[in-house]
Design a protein around this ligand. Structure first.
Ligand code: CAA
Ligand code: NAD
Length: 305
Protein backbone atom coordinates (compact mmCIF):
# COMPACT_ATOMS: atom_id res chain seq x y z
CA UNK A 1 0.00 0.00 0.00
CA UNK A 2 2.84 2.32 0.90
CA UNK A 3 4.62 1.69 -2.38
CA UNK A 4 1.41 2.27 -4.30
CA UNK A 5 0.81 5.49 -2.39
CA UNK A 6 4.33 6.63 -3.20
CA UNK A 7 3.75 5.81 -6.84
CA UNK A 8 0.47 7.69 -7.11
CA UNK A 9 1.34 10.68 -4.99
CA UNK A 10 3.36 13.52 -6.43
CA UNK A 11 5.84 15.97 -5.09
CA UNK A 12 7.39 19.07 -6.55
CA UNK A 13 10.49 17.30 -7.71
CA UNK A 14 8.26 15.12 -9.89
CA UNK A 15 6.78 18.13 -11.66
CA UNK A 16 8.67 18.78 -14.85
CA UNK A 17 5.96 19.30 -17.41
CA UNK A 18 3.05 21.65 -16.78
CA UNK A 19 0.04 21.78 -19.10
CA UNK A 20 -2.11 24.90 -19.09
CA UNK A 21 -5.60 24.85 -20.60
CA UNK A 22 -6.91 28.21 -21.80
CA UNK A 23 -4.61 30.72 -23.51
CA UNK A 24 -6.52 33.81 -22.37
CA UNK A 25 -5.50 36.43 -19.83
CA UNK A 26 -4.85 33.94 -17.06
CA UNK A 27 -3.65 30.86 -18.95
CA UNK A 28 -1.08 32.89 -20.87
CA UNK A 29 0.25 34.34 -17.61
CA UNK A 30 0.38 30.96 -15.86
CA UNK A 31 2.20 29.41 -18.84
CA UNK A 32 4.67 32.30 -18.76
CA UNK A 33 5.53 32.09 -15.06
CA UNK A 34 5.81 28.31 -15.39
CA UNK A 35 8.25 28.68 -18.29
CA UNK A 36 10.19 31.38 -16.43
CA UNK A 37 10.59 28.92 -13.52
CA UNK A 38 12.10 26.35 -15.89
CA UNK A 39 9.14 24.01 -16.35
CA UNK A 40 8.35 22.59 -19.77
CA UNK A 41 4.94 24.10 -20.48
CA UNK A 42 2.30 22.95 -22.93
CA UNK A 43 -0.32 25.63 -23.58
CA UNK A 44 -3.60 24.37 -25.00
CA UNK A 45 -6.74 26.06 -26.26
CA UNK A 46 -9.55 25.21 -28.66
CA UNK A 47 -8.42 27.28 -31.65
CA UNK A 48 -5.13 28.38 -33.19
CA UNK A 49 -6.37 31.96 -32.95
CA UNK A 50 -6.76 31.65 -29.17
CA UNK A 51 -3.24 30.19 -28.91
CA UNK A 52 -1.91 33.06 -30.97
CA UNK A 53 -3.65 35.51 -28.65
CA UNK A 54 -2.00 33.77 -25.68
CA UNK A 55 1.45 33.92 -27.25
CA UNK A 56 0.93 37.64 -27.91
CA UNK A 57 0.06 38.28 -24.27
CA UNK A 58 3.18 36.34 -23.24
CA UNK A 59 5.48 38.25 -25.64
CA UNK A 60 4.31 41.64 -24.38
CA UNK A 61 4.66 40.66 -20.75
CA UNK A 62 8.00 38.91 -21.25
CA UNK A 63 9.45 42.09 -22.71
CA UNK A 64 8.77 43.78 -19.35
CA UNK A 65 10.01 40.86 -17.25
CA UNK A 66 13.20 40.31 -19.27
CA UNK A 67 14.29 43.92 -18.79
CA UNK A 68 14.46 43.28 -15.07
CA UNK A 69 15.42 39.58 -15.00
CA UNK A 70 18.35 39.76 -17.42
CA UNK A 71 18.95 43.37 -18.49
CA UNK A 72 22.22 42.56 -20.25
CA UNK A 73 20.72 39.79 -22.41
CA UNK A 74 17.03 40.47 -22.91
CA UNK A 75 16.94 38.53 -26.16
CA UNK A 76 18.61 35.47 -24.66
CA UNK A 77 16.27 35.45 -21.66
CA UNK A 78 13.19 35.78 -23.85
CA UNK A 79 14.38 33.03 -26.17
CA UNK A 80 15.04 30.64 -23.29
CA UNK A 81 11.63 31.22 -21.71
CA UNK A 82 9.79 30.85 -25.02
CA UNK A 83 11.74 27.65 -25.75
CA UNK A 84 10.02 26.12 -22.70
CA UNK A 85 6.55 26.72 -24.17
CA UNK A 86 4.85 24.61 -26.81
CA UNK A 87 1.24 24.92 -27.97
CA UNK A 88 -1.44 22.55 -29.20
CA UNK A 89 -5.18 22.45 -29.79
CA UNK A 90 -5.14 18.68 -29.15
CA UNK A 91 -6.19 18.21 -25.51
CA UNK A 92 -5.17 14.54 -25.43
CA UNK A 93 -1.66 15.26 -26.71
CA UNK A 94 -1.40 18.23 -24.34
CA UNK A 95 -1.58 16.02 -21.24
CA UNK A 96 0.21 12.90 -22.50
CA UNK A 97 3.41 13.74 -20.61
CA UNK A 98 2.03 16.16 -18.04
CA UNK A 99 2.83 16.14 -14.31
CA UNK A 100 0.60 19.11 -13.51
CA UNK A 101 -2.47 20.29 -15.42
CA UNK A 102 -3.67 23.82 -14.67
CA UNK A 103 -7.04 24.70 -16.13
CA UNK A 104 -7.77 28.39 -16.93
CA UNK A 105 -10.66 28.16 -19.40
CA UNK A 106 -14.03 29.91 -19.42
CA UNK A 107 -15.78 30.19 -16.00
CA UNK A 108 -18.40 27.50 -16.64
CA UNK A 109 -18.89 24.51 -14.34
CA UNK A 110 -20.15 22.33 -17.20
CA UNK A 111 -17.28 23.09 -19.58
CA UNK A 112 -14.68 22.68 -16.83
CA UNK A 113 -16.18 19.34 -15.72
CA UNK A 114 -16.32 18.09 -19.31
CA UNK A 115 -12.67 18.99 -19.84
CA UNK A 116 -11.43 17.37 -16.61
CA UNK A 117 -13.58 14.27 -17.13
CA UNK A 118 -11.94 13.81 -20.53
CA UNK A 119 -8.41 14.57 -19.30
CA UNK A 120 -8.76 12.11 -16.41
CA UNK A 121 -8.79 9.23 -18.88
CA UNK A 122 -5.82 10.59 -20.86
CA UNK A 123 -3.32 11.92 -18.31
CA UNK A 124 -0.90 9.89 -16.17
CA UNK A 125 -2.52 8.61 -12.94
CA UNK A 126 0.09 10.56 -10.97
CA UNK A 127 -0.61 13.89 -12.70
CA UNK A 128 -1.96 16.65 -10.47
CA UNK A 129 -5.06 18.46 -11.73
CA UNK A 130 -5.71 22.06 -10.66
CA UNK A 131 -8.34 24.62 -11.54
CA UNK A 132 -7.76 28.38 -11.63
CA UNK A 133 -11.51 29.02 -11.22
CA UNK A 134 -12.43 32.34 -9.60
CA UNK A 135 -15.69 31.29 -8.06
CA UNK A 136 -16.71 27.69 -8.72
CA UNK A 137 -16.56 24.80 -6.26
CA UNK A 138 -13.33 22.82 -6.67
CA UNK A 139 -15.07 19.78 -5.16
CA UNK A 140 -17.78 19.93 -7.80
CA UNK A 141 -15.25 20.24 -10.63
CA UNK A 142 -13.05 17.45 -9.21
CA UNK A 143 -16.10 15.23 -8.91
CA UNK A 144 -16.02 14.84 -12.71
CA UNK A 145 -12.85 12.73 -12.24
CA UNK A 146 -12.08 9.38 -10.61
CA UNK A 147 -11.70 8.91 -6.82
CA UNK A 148 -7.95 8.41 -7.27
CA UNK A 149 -7.61 11.66 -9.20
CA UNK A 150 -9.60 13.58 -6.60
CA UNK A 151 -6.69 13.06 -4.18
CA UNK A 152 -4.51 14.79 -6.78
CA UNK A 153 -6.97 17.64 -7.37
CA UNK A 154 -6.94 21.16 -5.93
CA UNK A 155 -7.66 24.78 -6.70
CA UNK A 156 -4.68 26.86 -7.82
CA UNK A 157 -5.88 30.41 -8.04
CA UNK A 158 -3.56 32.96 -9.64
CA UNK A 159 -4.19 36.71 -9.91
CA UNK A 160 -4.27 39.03 -12.88
CA UNK A 161 -1.73 40.07 -14.19
CA UNK A 162 -0.11 36.74 -13.28
CA UNK A 163 3.52 37.76 -13.94
CA UNK A 164 3.17 40.75 -11.58
CA UNK A 165 0.84 39.48 -8.84
CA UNK A 166 2.64 37.59 -6.06
CA UNK A 167 -0.29 35.70 -4.57
CA UNK A 168 -1.57 32.21 -5.31
CA UNK A 169 -4.44 30.65 -3.34
CA UNK A 170 -4.20 26.89 -2.95
CA UNK A 171 -7.62 25.39 -2.33
CA UNK A 172 -7.81 22.03 -0.66
CA UNK A 173 -10.94 19.95 -0.90
CA UNK A 174 -11.71 17.21 1.65
CA UNK A 175 -10.12 14.78 -0.82
CA UNK A 176 -6.93 16.71 -1.67
CA UNK A 177 -3.93 14.74 -0.39
CA UNK A 178 -1.17 16.30 1.68
CA UNK A 179 1.41 15.40 -0.99
CA UNK A 180 -0.66 17.15 -3.68
CA UNK A 181 -0.92 20.23 -1.52
CA UNK A 182 2.82 20.19 -0.82
CA UNK A 183 3.67 19.74 -4.50
CA UNK A 184 1.50 22.72 -5.45
CA UNK A 185 2.97 24.81 -2.66
CA UNK A 186 6.50 24.05 -3.87
CA UNK A 187 5.63 24.69 -7.53
CA UNK A 188 4.12 28.09 -6.74
CA UNK A 189 7.15 29.06 -4.66
CA UNK A 190 9.40 28.01 -7.54
CA UNK A 191 7.32 30.29 -9.75
CA UNK A 192 8.20 33.16 -7.42
CA UNK A 193 4.76 33.33 -5.80
CA UNK A 194 3.53 33.44 -2.22
CA UNK A 195 0.95 30.72 -1.56
CA UNK A 196 -1.88 30.94 0.94
CA UNK A 197 -4.34 28.17 1.69
CA UNK A 198 -8.09 28.25 1.82
CA UNK A 199 -10.97 25.82 2.17
CA UNK A 200 -13.24 25.21 -0.80
CA UNK A 201 -15.70 28.05 -0.16
CA UNK A 202 -17.16 30.50 -2.74
CA UNK A 203 -14.53 33.00 -3.87
CA UNK A 204 -11.90 31.55 -1.53
CA UNK A 205 -10.28 34.53 0.23
CA UNK A 206 -9.66 37.31 -2.28
CA UNK A 207 -12.75 37.07 -4.49
CA UNK A 208 -15.09 36.55 -1.53
CA UNK A 209 -14.12 40.08 -0.53
CA UNK A 210 -13.24 41.66 -3.87
CA UNK A 211 -16.19 40.62 -6.06
CA UNK A 212 -18.99 41.98 -3.78
CA UNK A 213 -16.96 45.22 -3.56
CA UNK A 214 -16.78 45.52 -7.36
CA UNK A 215 -20.49 44.70 -7.75
CA UNK A 216 -21.37 47.31 -5.13
CA UNK A 217 -19.30 49.90 -7.01
CA UNK A 218 -21.42 49.21 -10.12
CA UNK A 219 -24.63 49.59 -8.07
CA UNK A 220 -23.39 52.90 -6.70
CA UNK A 221 -22.93 54.19 -10.25
CA UNK A 222 -26.27 52.67 -11.35
CA UNK A 223 -27.99 54.64 -8.60
CA UNK A 224 -26.42 57.78 -10.07
CA UNK A 225 -24.47 58.57 -6.92
CA UNK A 226 -21.07 59.07 -8.58
CA UNK A 227 -19.28 58.53 -11.89
CA UNK A 228 -16.95 55.55 -12.49
CA UNK A 229 -14.08 58.01 -12.80
CA UNK A 230 -14.79 59.53 -9.38
CA UNK A 231 -15.30 56.14 -7.74
CA UNK A 232 -11.92 55.01 -9.13
CA UNK A 233 -10.17 58.17 -7.97
CA UNK A 234 -11.81 57.83 -4.57
CA UNK A 235 -10.67 54.24 -4.00
CA UNK A 236 -7.19 54.89 -5.38
CA UNK A 237 -6.49 58.02 -3.38
CA UNK A 238 -8.81 57.43 -0.44
CA UNK A 239 -8.18 53.75 0.20
CA UNK A 240 -4.80 53.26 -1.45
CA UNK A 241 -5.95 50.65 -3.96
CA UNK A 242 -3.65 50.42 -7.00
CA UNK A 243 -6.69 50.53 -9.31
CA UNK A 244 -10.21 51.70 -8.60
CA UNK A 245 -13.02 49.14 -9.01
CA UNK A 246 -13.96 50.13 -12.59
CA UNK A 247 -10.41 49.93 -13.87
CA UNK A 248 -10.17 46.61 -12.07
CA UNK A 249 -13.46 45.33 -13.54
CA UNK A 250 -12.15 46.16 -17.01
CA UNK A 251 -8.88 44.46 -16.13
CA UNK A 252 -10.52 41.26 -14.86
CA UNK A 253 -13.02 41.12 -17.76
CA UNK A 254 -16.70 42.06 -17.55
CA UNK A 255 -17.74 38.67 -18.98
CA UNK A 256 -15.74 36.82 -16.32
CA UNK A 257 -17.15 39.02 -13.53
CA UNK A 258 -20.64 38.47 -14.84
CA UNK A 259 -20.17 34.64 -14.92
CA UNK A 260 -18.97 34.78 -11.31
CA UNK A 261 -21.89 36.89 -10.14
CA UNK A 262 -24.54 34.92 -12.05
CA UNK A 263 -23.20 31.60 -10.75
CA UNK A 264 -23.10 32.79 -7.16
CA UNK A 265 -26.54 34.32 -7.36
CA UNK A 266 -28.03 31.13 -8.78
CA UNK A 267 -26.50 28.98 -6.01
CA UNK A 268 -26.86 31.48 -3.18
CA UNK A 269 -29.40 29.29 -1.38
CA UNK A 270 -27.05 26.31 -1.24
CA UNK A 271 -23.84 28.13 -0.40
CA UNK A 272 -25.30 30.59 2.08
CA UNK A 273 -24.01 33.64 0.17
CA UNK A 274 -26.37 36.59 0.71
CA UNK A 275 -28.24 36.84 -2.64
CA UNK A 276 -28.36 40.65 -2.67
CA UNK A 277 -24.59 40.79 -2.18
CA UNK A 278 -23.89 38.84 -5.37
CA UNK A 279 -26.80 39.80 -7.62
CA UNK A 280 -25.66 40.77 -11.13
CA UNK A 281 -26.13 44.52 -11.70
CA UNK A 282 -28.14 45.33 -14.84
CA UNK A 283 -25.42 47.67 -16.05
CA UNK A 284 -22.91 44.82 -16.02
CA UNK A 285 -25.19 42.55 -18.08
CA UNK A 286 -25.91 45.41 -20.46
CA UNK A 287 -22.23 46.11 -21.14
CA UNK A 288 -21.46 42.42 -21.66
CA UNK A 289 -24.47 42.22 -24.01
CA UNK A 290 -22.98 45.09 -26.03
CA UNK A 291 -19.70 43.18 -26.33
CA UNK A 292 -17.84 45.43 -23.90
CA UNK A 293 -15.69 42.79 -22.20
CA UNK A 294 -13.04 45.06 -20.72
CA UNK A 295 -9.43 45.75 -21.58
CA UNK A 296 -9.03 42.43 -23.35
CA UNK A 297 -11.18 43.62 -26.27
CA UNK A 298 -10.48 47.33 -25.96
CA UNK A 299 -13.74 48.45 -24.34
CA UNK A 300 -15.49 48.04 -21.01
CA UNK A 301 -16.49 50.76 -18.57
CA UNK A 302 -13.70 52.72 -20.29
CA UNK A 303 -12.46 52.75 -23.89
CA UNK A 304 -8.89 51.65 -24.54
CA UNK A 305 -8.50 52.21 -28.27
N1 CAA B 1 3.63 41.46 -17.10
C1 CAA B 1 4.79 41.58 -16.46
N2 CAA B 1 5.02 42.52 -15.53
C2 CAA B 1 4.03 43.38 -15.28
C3 CAA B 1 2.78 43.32 -15.92
C4 CAA B 1 2.59 42.29 -16.87
N3 CAA B 1 1.46 42.13 -17.53
N4 CAA B 1 1.99 44.30 -15.43
C5 CAA B 1 2.70 44.96 -14.52
N5 CAA B 1 3.94 44.41 -14.41
C6 CAA B 1 5.01 44.80 -13.50
C7 CAA B 1 5.77 45.99 -14.03
O1 CAA B 1 6.84 45.60 -14.86
C8 CAA B 1 6.25 46.65 -12.74
O2 CAA B 1 7.36 45.97 -12.20
P1 CAA B 1 8.51 46.75 -11.41
O3 CAA B 1 7.82 47.55 -10.35
O4 CAA B 1 9.40 45.68 -10.88
O5 CAA B 1 9.14 47.62 -12.44
C9 CAA B 1 5.12 46.37 -11.77
O6 CAA B 1 4.43 45.24 -12.28
C10 CAA B 1 4.21 47.55 -11.66
O7 CAA B 1 3.71 47.89 -12.96
P2 CAA B 1 3.50 49.35 -13.53
O8 CAA B 1 4.53 50.27 -12.94
O9 CAA B 1 3.38 49.27 -15.02
O10 CAA B 1 2.06 49.78 -13.11
P3 CAA B 1 1.38 49.80 -11.72
O11 CAA B 1 2.31 50.18 -10.64
O12 CAA B 1 0.16 50.59 -11.95
O13 CAA B 1 0.99 48.27 -11.48
C11 CAA B 1 -0.59 46.55 -11.56
C12 CAA B 1 0.20 47.56 -12.36
C13 CAA B 1 0.39 45.54 -10.91
C14 CAA B 1 -1.50 45.85 -12.52
C15 CAA B 1 -1.36 47.32 -10.43
O14 CAA B 1 -2.13 48.34 -11.03
C16 CAA B 1 -2.25 46.45 -9.61
O15 CAA B 1 -1.82 45.78 -8.70
N6 CAA B 1 -3.56 46.46 -9.95
C17 CAA B 1 -4.54 45.65 -9.25
C18 CAA B 1 -4.52 44.26 -9.80
C19 CAA B 1 -5.42 43.33 -9.05
O16 CAA B 1 -6.06 43.67 -8.05
N7 CAA B 1 -5.50 42.10 -9.55
C20 CAA B 1 -6.37 41.11 -9.01
C21 CAA B 1 -7.60 41.02 -9.86
S1 CAA B 1 -8.76 39.85 -9.23
C22 CAA B 1 -8.17 38.40 -9.74
O17 CAA B 1 -7.22 38.28 -10.45
C23 CAA B 1 -8.91 37.20 -9.24
C24 CAA B 1 -10.08 36.73 -10.00
O18 CAA B 1 -10.33 35.53 -9.93
C25 CAA B 1 -10.97 37.62 -10.77
P1 NAD C 1 -10.29 34.58 -21.03
O1 NAD C 1 -11.64 34.84 -21.58
O2 NAD C 1 -9.22 35.60 -21.18
O3 NAD C 1 -9.70 33.21 -21.66
C1 NAD C 1 -10.36 31.99 -21.62
C2 NAD C 1 -9.74 31.06 -22.65
O4 NAD C 1 -10.26 29.74 -22.47
C3 NAD C 1 -10.06 31.48 -24.11
O5 NAD C 1 -8.85 31.59 -24.83
C4 NAD C 1 -10.93 30.32 -24.62
O6 NAD C 1 -10.74 30.05 -25.99
C5 NAD C 1 -10.41 29.17 -23.76
N1 NAD C 1 -11.29 28.00 -23.68
C6 NAD C 1 -12.63 27.98 -23.55
N2 NAD C 1 -13.06 26.69 -23.49
C7 NAD C 1 -11.95 25.90 -23.58
C8 NAD C 1 -11.72 24.49 -23.58
N3 NAD C 1 -12.73 23.62 -23.47
N4 NAD C 1 -10.45 24.03 -23.68
C9 NAD C 1 -9.41 24.89 -23.79
N5 NAD C 1 -9.57 26.23 -23.79
C10 NAD C 1 -10.83 26.73 -23.70
O7 NAD C 1 -10.50 34.21 -19.48
P2 NAD C 1 -9.51 34.42 -18.25
O8 NAD C 1 -9.71 35.77 -17.69
O9 NAD C 1 -8.15 33.95 -18.62
O10 NAD C 1 -10.16 33.41 -17.20
C11 NAD C 1 -9.89 32.02 -17.25
C12 NAD C 1 -10.22 31.38 -15.91
O11 NAD C 1 -9.44 32.01 -14.88
C13 NAD C 1 -11.68 31.52 -15.47
O12 NAD C 1 -12.03 30.39 -14.73
C14 NAD C 1 -11.63 32.76 -14.59
O13 NAD C 1 -12.69 32.81 -13.68
C15 NAD C 1 -10.30 32.55 -13.89
N6 NAD C 1 -9.65 33.77 -13.37
C16 NAD C 1 -9.76 34.96 -14.02
C17 NAD C 1 -9.10 36.07 -13.53
C18 NAD C 1 -9.17 37.41 -14.21
O14 NAD C 1 -8.82 38.42 -13.59
N7 NAD C 1 -9.57 37.49 -15.46
C19 NAD C 1 -8.33 35.97 -12.37
C20 NAD C 1 -8.21 34.71 -11.73
C21 NAD C 1 -8.89 33.62 -12.23
Amino acid sequence: VLALHRHLSSDAKDVKTVTVFGAGLMGAGIAQVGAQAGYKVVLSDVTDKALENGLNIISKSLARVAKKAQPDDIEGYTKNVLANISTTTDAEKAVADSDLVVEAIIESIKIKRDLFGFLDTKAKPSAIFASNTSSLSITEIADATSKERQANFAGLHFFNPVPAMKLVEIIRTDATSQSTYEALRDVTIKMGKKPVTCKDTPGFIVNRLLVPYMLEAIRLVERGEATPEDVDTAMELGAGYPMGPFKLLDFVGLDTTSYISEGWHKNAGETGLPPTLVETPELLSKLVGEGRLGRKNGKGFYDYT
